[in-house]
Structures are given as C-alpha cells and as structure tokens.
Design a protein around this ligand. Structure first.
Ligand code: NAD
Length: 245
C-alpha cells in the first residue's frame, strides 16, 4: 500500500477507536455475543446503570484499570507519537479510547472525547470540583469515594452512552480545517464519532479537497463515506501509513 505523503504544513485529524488498542491486549467493545468483557453495556456504561448499581460499575472500571496497567502501547501508538513530533499542532489526535496507551506511546496532545480511565469526578454535574487523576481500584460500595465539595459520590470520568462527548467544539473546528482525516480501528457504529467522516464528505461536496482514509481489520459500518479503506491490523499498517517529506 502506498504511503500517504504529508509535509509539516499538512493538517491531519486522526480518530482512533478500540481497534488500535486491540494488539496491546485491551478487548474491543463488541465481541461475538454483544457483551463488553462479559457485561451488558447498559449495566456498566450508562447513567441508568450507575443509578441502579454503582458498585458493579466501579468494579467493572476497576477491572479495566487493572487490565490497562498490564498493557503496553503497540507500534501504531508509537507511530502516531512520531507523527506528532513531525507535525506538532498540525496533528489533531482524537481518541474514543479511555486507556492511556497513546500517552504511553509518547503522544502529548491527546483529545479524549470519551473521557479517561485513570480519572474520576463528582457525579453531580452542577458541582464545580474538577476531575482528578485516580488509579484506585474500588472493590465494594464502601470504597466509593465522596466529593470533597458536595459529598456526592465519585464516578469514573468516562462519557457513558447517552452523555455528551467532551471537547466537541475543538473537534468540530479541527474537522473543518484538516487536509487529511484518518480513522483507525473504529466500527463506525458509535456516534457522534462515526459521523465525523460525514463532515469531510460534505466539504468535498462543496469543492474542498480533504482526503479520508480508514484503517482497520474490517470495513466499518460507515465505510462508504471514506475515500479509501486499508484493511489490516493497526500495528502493521499505521507505522508505514505516512510518508513524511
Ligand atoms: P468497536 O469495538 O466498536 O470497534 C473496534 C473496531 O476495531 C472494529 O471495527 C474491529 O474490526 C477493529 N479492530 C479490531 N482489532 C483491530 C486491529 N488489531 N487493528 C485495527 N482494527 C482492529 O470500537 P469503537 O468504534 O472504538 O467504539 C467502542 C466504544 O467503546 C468507544 O466509545 C470506546 O470509548 C469504548 N471502548 C474503549 C476501549 C479502550 O479504551 N481501549 C476499549 C473498548 C471499548
């Protein structure tokens, strides 16, 4: 596959999904029976699940924290960190992943639109206490922390289904500005991220010339919106994806 030529003035938007972390040993979201690590998504990744059973939610994210600590960034994460060294602010790296493998691979400016596994925050949306770094493992309801300002429960700083993704204004601006949009390892089923490529298609229909490329194990649900799909493992394709001139 021919590498994509970019120079230091090229504005590149990279969106990553669970597939980029699969070769590092973190399970993707969809397995064969539609469960996420043996849990129903509604039970562990929704505000309703949290209201019903916060202990189960915290046990789930504690397991994810413990598992993520065992995982190392792979060649795709490292390649994107190199791309950032070359492009600086002209790379907008947006991830749906809550793991810290991009940072582990050396990336410095990662936009986590779905939050971060190793941060927690107050469950009360009106409370102004900021989110904080949290590596604790919570084993029972008795371990769930309380906010120091309002005494509400501490919850994972993760965007659950039905909640508003983070950083959307900056994301929209970067989508409008980029010359190249690349998605890596995302099924194209979770919105709004699955719709980002539509902005590129819309700009092309208006006479602009941004390119779009998908990289992943199989064609995503939104494949028809991309200019090109490169099928294979992220760790094998991404290191040779760009020709930096
Ligand atoms: P998804 O699980 O829906 O899709 C993953 C995609 O990656 C699939 O299309 C699959 O074919 C592809 N894939 C699998 N192995 C790959 C590899 N080695 N190389 C390239 N592609 C590969 O993931 P999604 O679209 O990111 O949506 C899932 C949601 O679940 C997101 O909101 C995310 O926040 C969350 N999630 C995050 C993590 C994480 O932080 N690592 C893990 C699981 C789920």
């Amino acid at each position: 596959m021919t590498p994509i030529r970019i120079d230091q003035a090229t504005k590149v938007f990279v969106l990553t999904g669970a597939g980029i972390s699969a070769e590092s040993g973190i399970a993707t979201f969809r397995d064969q029976n539609g469960l996420w690590e043996q849990h129903r998504v509604e039970d562990v990744a929704s505000p309703e699940g949290w209201d019903r059973d916060a202990e189960t939610v915290w046990r789930f994210y504690s397991q994810r924290r413990a598992q993520a600590l065992q995982c190392k960034p792979n060649a795709a994460h490292v390649a994107l960190a190199r791309l950032e060294e070359f492009l600086g602010d002209n790379l907008f790296l947006c991830t749906q992943n809550v793991d810290a493998l991009h940072e582990g691979g050396g990336s410095k400016r990662v936009v986590h639109m779905h939050g971060e596994l190793f941060r927690s925050r107050c469950e009360n949306d009106e409370c102004e206490q900021p989110s904080f770094v949290d590596t604790k493992l919570y084993e029972s309801a008795a371990h769930i922390g309380r906010c120091s300002a309002c005494a509400s429960r501490v919850r994972p700083d993760i965007v659950w289904f039905g909640e508003m993704p983070m950083h959307m204004l900056n994301i929209k601006r970067a989508l409008r500005d980029c010359d190249l949009f690349v998605t890596i390892g995302s099924s194209g089923a979770v919105y709004p991220a699955a719709g980002f490529v539509n902005e590129i298609a819309y700009r092309r229909s208006n006479g602009e010339t941004p390119k779009s490329v998908y990289v992943g194990l199989e064609r995503p649900e939104n494949a028809s919106r991309f200019g090109e799909c490169r099928i294979g493992k992220a760790g094998e394709i991404v290191p040779g994806l760009f020709d930096l001139v």
